[in-house]
Design a protein around this ligand. Sequence first.
Ligand SMILES: [Zn+2]
Length: 71
Amino acid sequence: MILKIIVVAALLYLIYRALGGEFRLPTKKSKENREKEDNTLVECCKCGVYITQKEAIKKGECFYCQECIKG
Ligand SMILES: [Zn+2]
């Protein structure tokens, strides 16, 4: 039972780390950083699908995929 909680906690931590990298954007945006950002995966706030930041549309704090922004 406790082991299960640890595994879930570890997974959540990994997700947090992955997302945490997204929000810490550098203040100075070089071309390299920009390209790196474009290839970063973000989760669509509406349907939860993962898209690259290049394809994603940012609205406020959230990213949306092409499909969700249409409808
Ligand atoms: Zn979507």
